[in-house]
Design a protein around this ligand. Structure first.
Ligand SMILES: Cc1cc2nc3c(=O)[nH]c(=O)nc-3n(C[C@H](O)[C@H](O)[C@H](O)COP(=O)(O)O)c2cc1C
Length: 356
Protein backbone atom coordinates (compact mmCIF):
# COMPACT_ATOMS: atom_id res chain seq x y z
CA UNK A 1 0.00 0.00 0.00
CA UNK A 2 1.34 3.46 -0.86
CA UNK A 3 1.99 6.10 1.79
CA UNK A 4 -0.78 8.24 0.28
CA UNK A 5 -3.27 5.37 0.64
CA UNK A 6 -2.25 4.81 4.25
CA UNK A 7 -2.73 8.51 4.96
CA UNK A 8 -6.19 8.43 3.32
CA UNK A 9 -7.08 5.39 5.44
CA UNK A 10 -6.05 7.15 8.66
CA UNK A 11 -7.91 10.34 7.69
CA UNK A 12 -11.00 8.31 6.86
CA UNK A 13 -10.84 6.79 10.32
CA UNK A 14 -10.56 10.20 11.88
CA UNK A 15 -13.47 11.67 9.95
CA UNK A 16 -15.80 8.74 9.36
CA UNK A 17 -19.15 9.17 11.13
CA UNK A 18 -19.05 5.82 12.98
CA UNK A 19 -21.55 5.39 15.80
CA UNK A 20 -19.64 6.87 18.71
CA UNK A 21 -19.66 5.24 22.13
CA UNK A 22 -17.49 6.44 25.01
CA UNK A 23 -15.00 3.69 24.24
CA UNK A 24 -15.05 4.26 20.47
CA UNK A 25 -12.31 6.71 19.49
CA UNK A 26 -10.15 7.49 16.48
CA UNK A 27 -7.70 4.99 17.95
CA UNK A 28 -10.09 2.05 18.43
CA UNK A 29 -11.59 2.62 14.99
CA UNK A 30 -8.20 2.77 13.28
CA UNK A 31 -7.06 -0.45 14.96
CA UNK A 32 -10.35 -2.33 14.96
CA UNK A 33 -10.36 -2.89 18.73
CA UNK A 34 -13.04 -2.35 21.38
CA UNK A 35 -11.41 -0.55 24.30
CA UNK A 36 -9.03 2.43 23.94
CA UNK A 37 -6.44 0.80 26.16
CA UNK A 38 -2.88 -0.24 25.29
CA UNK A 39 -0.91 -2.72 27.40
CA UNK A 40 2.35 -0.80 26.97
CA UNK A 41 5.61 -2.54 26.10
CA UNK A 42 7.64 -3.28 29.21
CA UNK A 43 11.17 -4.54 29.41
CA UNK A 44 11.38 -6.97 31.28
CA UNK A 45 7.70 -7.44 32.20
CA UNK A 46 6.06 -8.05 28.80
CA UNK A 47 5.59 -11.81 28.56
CA UNK A 48 3.56 -13.22 25.67
CA UNK A 49 0.67 -14.32 27.94
CA UNK A 50 0.30 -10.76 29.25
CA UNK A 51 0.34 -9.24 25.75
CA UNK A 52 -2.26 -11.75 24.53
CA UNK A 53 -4.51 -11.18 27.56
CA UNK A 54 -4.72 -7.41 26.96
CA UNK A 55 -5.66 -7.94 23.30
CA UNK A 56 -8.10 -10.75 24.10
CA UNK A 57 -9.85 -8.44 26.60
CA UNK A 58 -10.50 -5.82 23.90
CA UNK A 59 -7.47 -3.52 24.28
CA UNK A 60 -4.16 -4.03 22.48
CA UNK A 61 -1.07 -5.65 23.98
CA UNK A 62 2.37 -4.61 22.76
CA UNK A 63 5.22 -7.08 22.29
CA UNK A 64 8.61 -5.96 23.63
CA UNK A 65 11.09 -8.00 21.56
CA UNK A 66 14.03 -7.94 24.01
CA UNK A 67 11.71 -9.00 26.82
CA UNK A 68 10.21 -11.71 24.63
CA UNK A 69 13.57 -13.22 23.70
CA UNK A 70 16.09 -12.41 26.41
CA UNK A 71 13.82 -12.54 29.49
CA UNK A 72 11.07 -14.97 28.55
CA UNK A 73 13.16 -17.20 26.31
CA UNK A 74 11.11 -17.23 23.10
CA UNK A 75 12.59 -16.82 19.67
CA UNK A 76 10.69 -13.75 18.41
CA UNK A 77 8.79 -15.51 15.63
CA UNK A 78 7.82 -18.41 17.91
CA UNK A 79 6.78 -15.96 20.63
CA UNK A 80 4.55 -14.06 18.19
CA UNK A 81 2.99 -17.36 17.13
CA UNK A 82 2.41 -18.25 20.78
CA UNK A 83 0.55 -14.94 21.25
CA UNK A 84 -1.44 -15.76 18.10
CA UNK A 85 -2.47 -19.12 19.55
CA UNK A 86 -3.78 -17.31 22.65
CA UNK A 87 -5.74 -14.63 20.78
CA UNK A 88 -6.59 -13.72 17.21
CA UNK A 89 -7.14 -10.04 18.12
CA UNK A 90 -4.69 -7.33 16.93
CA UNK A 91 -1.39 -6.97 18.78
CA UNK A 92 1.33 -4.34 18.59
CA UNK A 93 5.13 -4.28 18.53
CA UNK A 94 7.61 -1.97 20.28
CA UNK A 95 10.68 -0.82 18.36
CA UNK A 96 13.17 1.20 20.38
CA UNK A 97 14.97 2.85 17.50
CA UNK A 98 17.85 4.44 19.40
CA UNK A 99 21.19 4.15 17.58
CA UNK A 100 23.23 2.69 20.45
CA UNK A 101 25.09 0.12 18.32
CA UNK A 102 25.03 -1.19 14.77
CA UNK A 103 24.47 -4.76 15.98
CA UNK A 104 21.39 -3.63 17.93
CA UNK A 105 20.09 -1.63 14.97
CA UNK A 106 20.46 -4.56 12.57
CA UNK A 107 18.78 -6.89 15.07
CA UNK A 108 15.85 -4.47 15.50
CA UNK A 109 15.41 -4.22 11.72
CA UNK A 110 15.23 -8.02 11.46
CA UNK A 111 12.74 -8.12 14.35
CA UNK A 112 10.48 -5.51 12.75
CA UNK A 113 10.51 -7.53 9.50
CA UNK A 114 9.61 -10.70 11.43
CA UNK A 115 6.74 -8.88 13.18
CA UNK A 116 5.42 -7.63 9.82
CA UNK A 117 5.70 -11.12 8.33
CA UNK A 118 3.75 -12.49 11.29
CA UNK A 119 0.92 -10.05 10.63
CA UNK A 120 1.57 -7.27 13.19
CA UNK A 121 0.21 -3.97 11.87
CA UNK A 122 0.58 -1.60 14.84
CA UNK A 123 4.00 -0.37 15.97
CA UNK A 124 5.05 1.87 18.84
CA UNK A 125 8.49 3.39 18.30
CA UNK A 126 10.59 5.14 20.94
CA UNK A 127 13.80 7.11 21.50
CA UNK A 128 15.16 7.75 17.98
CA UNK A 129 14.27 8.35 14.34
CA UNK A 130 11.22 6.21 13.44
CA UNK A 131 11.44 6.78 9.64
CA UNK A 132 12.70 3.32 8.66
CA UNK A 133 9.94 1.67 10.71
CA UNK A 134 7.32 3.99 9.16
CA UNK A 135 8.50 3.12 5.63
CA UNK A 136 8.31 -0.63 6.24
CA UNK A 137 5.01 -0.56 8.14
CA UNK A 138 3.19 1.84 5.79
CA UNK A 139 4.19 -0.38 2.87
CA UNK A 140 1.92 -3.10 4.34
CA UNK A 141 -0.87 -0.74 5.42
CA UNK A 142 0.01 -0.60 9.14
CA UNK A 143 0.24 2.25 11.60
CA UNK A 144 3.15 3.66 13.63
CA UNK A 145 2.79 5.70 16.81
CA UNK A 146 5.86 7.33 18.35
CA UNK A 147 6.59 8.03 22.05
CA UNK A 148 7.05 11.76 22.71
CA UNK A 149 7.46 13.96 25.77
CA UNK A 150 7.47 17.45 24.17
CA UNK A 151 6.10 19.33 21.18
CA UNK A 152 9.54 19.54 19.58
CA UNK A 153 9.88 15.73 19.58
CA UNK A 154 6.30 15.40 18.35
CA UNK A 155 6.97 17.68 15.36
CA UNK A 156 10.11 15.73 14.50
CA UNK A 157 8.21 12.43 14.65
CA UNK A 158 5.40 13.80 12.46
CA UNK A 159 7.98 14.98 9.91
CA UNK A 160 8.89 11.27 9.72
CA UNK A 161 5.20 10.56 8.96
CA UNK A 162 4.12 8.70 12.10
CA UNK A 163 0.34 8.23 12.40
CA UNK A 164 -0.14 9.08 16.06
CA UNK A 165 1.68 10.02 19.24
CA UNK A 166 2.07 8.27 22.58
CA UNK A 167 2.30 11.22 24.96
CA UNK A 168 4.55 10.20 27.85
CA UNK A 169 3.85 12.42 30.85
CA UNK A 170 5.74 13.06 34.08
CA UNK A 171 3.89 10.33 36.01
CA UNK A 172 4.81 7.48 33.64
CA UNK A 173 6.65 4.31 34.49
CA UNK A 174 9.82 3.70 32.47
CA UNK A 175 11.35 6.89 31.02
CA UNK A 176 9.03 9.64 32.28
CA UNK A 177 8.34 13.00 30.60
CA UNK A 178 8.29 16.45 32.17
CA UNK A 179 4.70 17.65 31.64
CA UNK A 180 1.39 16.61 33.21
CA UNK A 181 -1.18 14.71 31.09
CA UNK A 182 -3.51 17.70 30.51
CA UNK A 183 -0.66 20.12 29.77
CA UNK A 184 0.95 17.72 27.30
CA UNK A 185 -2.39 17.14 25.54
CA UNK A 186 -3.01 20.89 25.25
CA UNK A 187 0.44 21.41 23.70
CA UNK A 188 -0.11 18.71 21.02
CA UNK A 189 -3.84 18.68 20.25
CA UNK A 190 -3.59 20.98 17.19
CA UNK A 191 -1.18 18.57 15.47
CA UNK A 192 -4.23 16.67 14.20
CA UNK A 193 -3.23 13.07 14.94
CA UNK A 194 -4.63 10.73 17.61
CA UNK A 195 -2.95 11.24 21.00
CA UNK A 196 -2.45 8.44 23.53
CA UNK A 197 -1.96 9.22 27.22
CA UNK A 198 0.94 7.32 28.84
CA UNK A 199 1.51 7.71 32.55
CA UNK A 200 -0.29 7.92 35.83
CA UNK A 201 -3.35 5.81 34.97
CA UNK A 202 -3.75 3.03 37.53
CA UNK A 203 -7.48 3.03 38.19
CA UNK A 204 -10.69 3.56 36.26
CA UNK A 205 -11.19 7.11 37.51
CA UNK A 206 -7.84 8.16 36.00
CA UNK A 207 -8.73 6.27 32.79
CA UNK A 208 -12.03 8.15 32.40
CA UNK A 209 -10.25 11.39 33.21
CA UNK A 210 -7.63 10.83 30.48
CA UNK A 211 -10.37 10.16 27.89
CA UNK A 212 -12.30 13.22 29.03
CA UNK A 213 -9.20 15.38 28.49
CA UNK A 214 -9.53 14.30 24.84
CA UNK A 215 -6.99 11.48 24.56
CA UNK A 216 -7.91 8.83 21.98
CA UNK A 217 -6.52 6.03 24.18
CA UNK A 218 -4.48 5.32 27.29
CA UNK A 219 -1.26 3.29 27.43
CA UNK A 220 -0.74 1.59 30.80
CA UNK A 221 2.33 -0.22 32.05
CA UNK A 222 2.52 -0.44 35.83
CA UNK A 223 -1.17 -1.50 36.28
CA UNK A 224 -0.57 -4.55 34.07
CA UNK A 225 2.44 -5.75 36.12
CA UNK A 226 0.06 -6.37 39.05
CA UNK A 227 -1.95 -8.97 37.11
CA UNK A 228 -2.09 -12.75 37.24
CA UNK A 229 -0.81 -13.06 33.64
CA UNK A 230 2.36 -11.01 34.21
CA UNK A 231 5.32 -13.24 35.08
CA UNK A 232 7.15 -10.68 37.21
CA UNK A 233 8.14 -11.94 40.67
CA UNK A 234 5.51 -11.67 43.44
CA UNK A 235 7.86 -9.38 45.41
CA UNK A 236 7.66 -6.91 42.51
CA UNK A 237 3.86 -7.10 42.31
CA UNK A 238 3.52 -6.68 46.09
CA UNK A 239 5.89 -3.69 46.02
CA UNK A 240 3.52 -2.06 43.47
CA UNK A 241 0.48 -2.68 45.70
CA UNK A 242 2.28 -1.24 48.75
CA UNK A 243 3.78 1.82 47.04
CA UNK A 244 2.16 5.25 46.94
CA UNK A 245 2.86 7.95 44.33
CA UNK A 246 5.29 9.64 46.76
CA UNK A 247 7.45 6.47 46.78
CA UNK A 248 8.27 6.80 43.05
CA UNK A 249 11.66 8.37 42.36
CA UNK A 250 13.64 9.00 39.19
CA UNK A 251 17.03 7.33 38.97
CA UNK A 252 19.78 7.85 36.39
CA UNK A 253 21.62 4.77 37.66
CA UNK A 254 19.86 2.30 35.39
CA UNK A 255 20.19 3.72 31.90
CA UNK A 256 21.93 7.08 32.27
CA UNK A 257 18.63 8.96 31.76
CA UNK A 258 15.95 9.26 34.46
CA UNK A 259 13.81 6.13 34.94
CA UNK A 260 10.93 5.80 37.45
CA UNK A 261 11.46 3.23 40.20
CA UNK A 262 9.98 2.42 43.60
CA UNK A 263 12.12 3.87 46.36
CA UNK A 264 13.60 1.00 48.38
CA UNK A 265 16.55 0.73 50.81
CA UNK A 266 18.65 -0.50 47.86
CA UNK A 267 17.80 2.58 45.75
CA UNK A 268 18.57 4.81 48.76
CA UNK A 269 21.94 3.10 49.23
CA UNK A 270 23.16 3.48 45.65
CA UNK A 271 21.68 6.96 45.09
CA UNK A 272 19.81 8.15 42.02
CA UNK A 273 22.34 10.33 40.17
CA UNK A 274 24.75 9.16 37.48
CA UNK A 275 28.40 9.82 38.43
CA UNK A 276 30.28 12.80 36.90
CA UNK A 277 32.36 10.60 34.61
CA UNK A 278 29.29 8.79 33.28
CA UNK A 279 27.58 12.15 32.71
CA UNK A 280 30.54 13.55 30.75
CA UNK A 281 30.78 10.43 28.64
CA UNK A 282 27.03 10.51 27.96
CA UNK A 283 27.45 14.04 26.54
CA UNK A 284 30.59 13.30 24.54
CA UNK A 285 29.82 13.20 20.76
CA UNK A 286 31.66 9.91 20.15
CA UNK A 287 31.67 8.27 23.59
CA UNK A 288 27.94 8.77 24.16
CA UNK A 289 26.95 5.85 21.89
CA UNK A 290 29.35 3.52 23.71
CA UNK A 291 28.20 4.79 27.07
CA UNK A 292 24.53 4.28 26.18
CA UNK A 293 25.37 0.81 24.89
CA UNK A 294 27.14 0.00 28.17
CA UNK A 295 24.23 1.30 30.25
CA UNK A 296 21.70 -0.55 28.08
CA UNK A 297 23.53 -3.85 28.44
CA UNK A 298 23.96 -3.43 32.19
CA UNK A 299 20.36 -2.37 32.74
CA UNK A 300 19.02 -5.20 30.60
CA UNK A 301 20.78 -7.67 32.93
CA UNK A 302 19.92 -5.92 36.19
CA UNK A 303 16.24 -5.43 35.40
CA UNK A 304 15.85 -9.01 34.23
CA UNK A 305 17.25 -10.29 37.54
CA UNK A 306 15.16 -7.93 39.69
CA UNK A 307 11.97 -8.82 37.83
CA UNK A 308 12.44 -12.60 37.96
CA UNK A 309 14.28 -13.09 41.28
CA UNK A 310 12.46 -10.47 43.36
CA UNK A 311 13.93 -9.20 46.62
CA UNK A 312 16.56 -11.95 46.75
CA UNK A 313 18.44 -9.95 44.11
CA UNK A 314 18.12 -6.19 44.52
CA UNK A 315 15.03 -4.05 44.85
CA UNK A 316 15.15 -2.49 41.42
CA UNK A 317 11.44 -2.24 40.68
CA UNK A 318 10.44 0.05 37.79
CA UNK A 319 6.98 1.59 38.26
CA UNK A 320 5.15 4.86 37.67
CA UNK A 321 3.04 7.06 39.93
CA UNK A 322 -0.02 5.06 38.84
CA UNK A 323 0.90 2.73 41.76
CA UNK A 324 -1.36 5.04 43.79
CA UNK A 325 -4.50 3.56 42.19
CA UNK A 326 -3.40 -0.11 42.22
CA UNK A 327 -4.53 -2.17 45.21
CA UNK A 328 -4.89 -5.75 43.99
CA UNK A 329 -3.41 -8.37 41.70
CA UNK A 330 -6.15 -9.41 39.29
CA UNK A 331 -6.65 -10.97 35.86
CA UNK A 332 -6.12 -8.63 32.90
CA UNK A 333 -9.69 -9.25 31.67
CA UNK A 334 -11.08 -7.87 34.97
CA UNK A 335 -8.95 -4.72 34.72
CA UNK A 336 -9.96 -4.03 31.12
CA UNK A 337 -13.66 -4.80 31.74
CA UNK A 338 -13.74 -2.55 34.82
CA UNK A 339 -12.07 0.35 32.97
CA UNK A 340 -14.37 -0.01 29.92
CA UNK A 341 -17.45 -0.14 32.16
CA UNK A 342 -16.31 2.99 33.98
CA UNK A 343 -15.93 4.86 30.67
CA UNK A 344 -19.42 3.76 29.60
CA UNK A 345 -20.85 4.56 33.05
CA UNK A 346 -19.30 8.00 32.96
CA UNK A 347 -21.25 8.74 29.79
CA UNK A 348 -24.51 7.43 31.32
CA UNK A 349 -24.06 9.97 34.08
CA UNK A 350 -23.52 12.64 31.48
CA UNK A 351 -19.84 13.02 32.16
CA UNK A 352 -19.07 11.41 28.84
CA UNK A 353 -15.52 11.55 27.61
CA UNK A 354 -15.25 13.56 24.40
CA UNK A 355 -14.81 11.19 21.51
CA UNK A 356 -11.27 11.74 20.27
C1 LIG B 1 8.65 -1.79 33.96
C2 LIG B 1 8.43 -0.91 32.78
C3 LIG B 1 9.16 -1.15 31.62
C4 LIG B 1 8.93 -0.37 30.47
N1 LIG B 1 9.62 -0.68 29.33
C5 LIG B 1 9.32 -0.03 28.18
C6 LIG B 1 9.92 -0.44 26.94
O1 LIG B 1 10.69 -1.39 26.89
N2 LIG B 1 9.59 0.26 25.83
C7 LIG B 1 8.72 1.32 25.86
O2 LIG B 1 8.48 1.93 24.80
N3 LIG B 1 8.13 1.73 27.01
C8 LIG B 1 8.40 1.06 28.16
N4 LIG B 1 7.74 1.41 29.32
C9 LIG B 1 6.69 2.44 29.29
C10 LIG B 1 5.28 1.80 29.17
O3 LIG B 1 5.10 1.19 27.92
C11 LIG B 1 4.15 2.85 29.42
O4 LIG B 1 4.25 3.91 28.50
C12 LIG B 1 4.22 3.42 30.83
O5 LIG B 1 4.37 2.36 31.74
C13 LIG B 1 2.96 4.19 31.18
O6 LIG B 1 3.01 4.64 32.50
P1 LIG B 1 2.35 3.81 33.75
O7 LIG B 1 3.39 2.83 34.17
O8 LIG B 1 2.08 4.87 34.75
O9 LIG B 1 1.11 3.13 33.27
C14 LIG B 1 7.98 0.67 30.49
C15 LIG B 1 7.27 0.92 31.69
C16 LIG B 1 7.47 0.15 32.80
C17 LIG B 1 6.67 0.40 34.05
Amino acid sequence: MTVARVRRRVSAHLLHPHPVTPTSTAFTRALGIEVPLIGGAMYPCSNPELVAAVSAAGGIGIVQPISMSFVHGHDLREGLRLVRRLTDKPIGFNAIVEKSSRIYEERMKRWVDVAIEEGVRFFVTALGNPRWVVDRVHAVGGLVYHDVTTRAWAERALAHRVDGLVCVNRDAGGHAGQLGAAELHASLVDLGVPLVCAGGVGDERAFVNALSIGYAAVQMGTRFIATTECKAHDDYKRAILRARAADIVLTEKISGVPVSVIRTPYIDRIGTRAGWLAKRLLRHPRAKHWMRGFYSLRSVLQLKKASLQGATYRDYFQAGKSVEGIDRIEPVADVVARFAAAARGASDQDTAPRSA
